[in-house]
Design a protein around this ligand. Structure first.
Ligand code: ADP
Length: 536
């Protein structure tokens, strides 16, 4: 067989060639949308590559992006890797110090930024050591961007030719890099190769994963700086699916408008976003989101009640998937098997899913010995495969790769059919009297109570049991529920000794930059006495 490299360039050429008439549409606010074809997208990518080369970008140079999900970000997704440079998506929601730490470690040279986030970038610039130029996309005041050369994308690109002679690229060379969101520690860099990105996109399109085809319109709501929007952009380009991008308009109402007017068939976002959409739909009924045939959901455990509501009330299938920045990220997908009872199907759907072909998962005990897939033995999840990182950038945390597998830091079990159920992250497990309590399971049950909008459960010190669960609950506007009632609600769903005796009601659960419960902060606030805790 011909030894043909698997590269982003091949995705670009395929998308802009045979799929040249397909489109990418971006929300501009107030129900306005702008659309261009993949052919035009390719021309824009050519222009950007010329411009970047003119600014001195060479092979392997890191080009940062500081952008929402939009057409221009997609242009960078194509142009930067295809010209041989490395796309580094920066998380706009981190603190200036964290962003600077990440951009300095990665040695970014150029940053492409949306004008709408210039205010967030401005305090980062004085802290940067290697960035010489910022290219600003869109209109808006950028006078706060100082200390670097600032160029307007419109002017820069319009002067460039649309054809670029894309170089031959080794499929194992770096295409992109992304830092973990730092939920449990300092962010660490993960470098994706052309080959890993290609294989991940290909697998994402398969029927057992998200089944993306030219009949689809794909809506990546998960940010393009969060694990490459779960690979959805490359998968859509590869499949010749249309893309719809929300830009910065990601509140429930804007998303419902976007779904009704652009009629996406596949979407991806974390559970919090779907929770917002669900509450907006409840408050203002009569909307139609039934164009969605599949909603990929992950990043944290997806509550059963959320899946059921979308299925039963709106005819939309939420399909859980599990992955990490380190795993490109899609690794397991919770598609149920046929020929089983409805109850078993829901069990499969509420699990984190089965590995896609290509990746292997296992659970191991504290000494690293593999445990059986019997749905009982609980241990740390390990993973390996062609789109799983073999190291962090600069060799950070090398011990996580000692066994030839990546130690995920997630704790769970695997059933004989390969469905993985995560019970916690290793750093969040609640160890009560030597036994583990699953915070994820308690949260999943609590959120099903009609008065509960959000619920996070963390382990807090306890004199007798070492640790006990603390339930941090947000109630719906105007709803009332006493701790005793919520505890009673859990009583027939989990074993008795799991039931929390500590309860606190808050206006909002602290969240990380990518929308997960920030359990580090919750524990710190509890330790500082910031919560008023009811003890039952
Ligand atoms: P960070 O590790 O900083 O949170 P990532 O966004 O890469 O950054 O998060 C990966 C982690 O998210 C996983 O290790 C896991 O703990 C959690 N996660 C992802 N998908 C799911 C899911 N479907 N169910 C439960 N946890 C999930």
């Amino acid at each position: 067989m011909q030894n043909w490299p698997l590269t982003i360039t091949a995705i670009l050429q395929h998308a802009c060639g045979v799929n040249g008439d397909r489109t990418v549409t971006t929300a501009d606010g107030d129900s306005r949308y702008r659309t261009i074809s993949y052919r035009e997208l390719g021309a824009q990518a050519g222009r950007l590559a010329h411009a970047l080369r003119g600014l001195g970008a060479e092979r392997d140079d890191r080009v940062g992006t500081f952008m929402w999900n939009n057409t221009e970000h997609l242009v960078a997704y194509l142009a930067v890797p295809a010209m041989g440079a490395v796309l580094h998506t920066l998380n706009i929601r981190l603190s200036p110090e964290q962003i600077a730490y990440i951009a300095n470690e990665a040695e970014d040279r150029i940053i492409i930024a949306d004008a709408s986030v210039a205010g967030l970038l401005a305090p980062v610039l004085p802290l940067l050591q290697t960035v010489h130029t910022v290219i600003v996309v869109g209109d808006g005041d950028v006078s706060a961007l100082t200390g670097v050369t600032v160029l307007r994308a419109d002017e820069l690109l319009s002067a460039q030719p649309t054809e670029y002679e894309w170089p031959e690229i080794d499929e194992n060379s770096a295409a992109a890099m992304c830092y973990t969101s730092g939920t449990t520690g300092n962010p660490k860099g993960v470098v994706y190769s052309h080959r890993s990105s290609y294989l991940h996109a290909l697998s994402t399109c398969t029927a057992n994963a998200l089944d993306v085809s030219c009949g689809d319109t794909v809506l990546p709501i998960v940010p393009m700086f969060h694990a490459n929007a779960w690979g959805l952009p490359y998968a859509a380009l590869m499949a010749g699916a249309n893309l719809v991008m929300p830009d910065r308009f990601m509140d429930g109402t804007s998303l419902i408008d976007l779904i009704e007017s652009q009629r996406p068939t596949v979407a991806g976002a974390v559970p919090t976003i779907w929770n917002d959409v669900m509450h907006c739909l409840e408050k203002s009924p009569g909307h139609d989101i039934s164009s969605l045939r599949l909603v990929a959901c992950g990043g944290s455990a997806v509550p059963l009640s959320l899946m059921r509501t979308f299925q039963e009330r709106y005819g939309v299938c939420i399909q859980q998937a599990w992955g990490m920045t380190e795993t490109s990220p899609l690794a397991t997908v919770a598609k149920p098997l046929p020929g089983v009872t409805e109850e078993r199907q829901w069990q499969m759907r509420v699990s984190q899913g089965r590995p896609m072909c290509g990746v292997e998962v296992r659970v191991v005990d504290d000494e690293g010995h593999p445990l059986p897939n019997d749905d009982v033995a609980v241990g740390e999840l390990e993973i390996r495969g062609p789109w799983i990182t073999g190291a962090y950038y600069l060799g950070r945390d090398a011990e996580k790769f000692d066994s030839g597998w990546l130690r995920t830091g997630d704790v769970g079990r695997i059933d004989p059919q390969g469905y993985v159920t995560l019970t916690d992250r290793a750093k969040d497990v609640i160890k009560s009297g030597g036994e583990w309590i699953s915070s994820v399971e308690l949260e999943n049950h609590l959120i099903a109570h009609p008065a509960v909008l959000e619920a996070a459960v963390v382990g807090v010190p306890d004199e007798r049991w070492q640790e006990r669960p603390l339930a941090v609950v947000v109630l719906h506007d105007g709803a009332l529920a006493e701790p005793a009632e919520l505890r009673e609600f859990l009583a027939d769903k989990v074993v008795r000794w799991w039931l929390p005796e500590r309860w606190t009601f808050v206006a909002q659960v602290p969240r990380t930059s990518v929308g997960k419960y920030d359990k580090k902060t919750i524990r710190a606030r509890h330790a500082d006495g910031a919560y008023e805790v009811v003890f039952l």
